[in-house]
Ligand binder design. Sequence first.
Ligand code: GUN
Length: 283
Amino acid sequence: MYKLIDGKAIAAEMRDEIKNAVTQFRARHGKDIGLAVVLVGENPASQVYVRNKIKACKEVGIKSFSYYLPANVTQAQLDGLISELAADNAVHGILVQLPLPDHLDADRVLSLIPVSKDVDGFSAENIGKLCLNEHCLVACTPNGVMKMLEKENIDVRGKKAVVIGRSDIVGKPMAMLLLNADATVTVCHSKTRDLKAHCLDADIIVAAVGRPKFITADMVGEGAIVIDVGINRDENGKLCGDVDFENVKEKCSYITPVPGGVGPMTITMLLFNTVTAAERSAD
Ligand code: GUN
């Protein structure tokens, strides 16, 4: 019998704690915690993500400053805005929604965000600190996965973890977090030979592939813990993950659903990082 990891419930519990921390910050420092959100262009998925991030800020009492820039904004204009936000004491976190239009250099933009305000944990310095297992702001989705495992009292120490996907945003930081928590980590990707053998050998599978129902029941060993980071549409346009949930679930000890699994944790960790950034700036 598998146990469903209820990301929505874990996120709700954390958001209550975050709301209290925001109230305490205001009482102690006499000012709001602020998050700047920058969206360039009109990518529909990005518009939804940004809207949800701003709504979540409001729910916990974080003040959001939103900037909607046209797709043809110049690098100099965007750089100028980020530099202003970097210097603004009312702004504790800066989030630039990715991907940016092709003519803009995302690495350059990220490099202008002070490490202390990089609430996405995407900057080279925060990624480097994560590799060194030092205090840092950690990318929201993988950090959310770790929180879910913690809340379920799943000890990853010594377990074989297979991360499928090697993106800078999810796969790489996910692998590093699991390694820092003493798991034995394998990172698989599109060029991996015999992915199925790796998966069958895993105690924990984290799927971050971006392909609907890519992980099938024959790839999952009995009793595995399966974490599904994917947000896709199936052949009927219905929201689904990277895991063929209906067929995989019976083999698992734990599994996350889509929707209601990792998704709600991602924005929660953004709120968490913003509070962390504000508290550190005030100390
Ligand atoms: N694009 C996809 N996921 C993310 C995220 O977590 N943060 C930002 N800034 N952009 C994204």
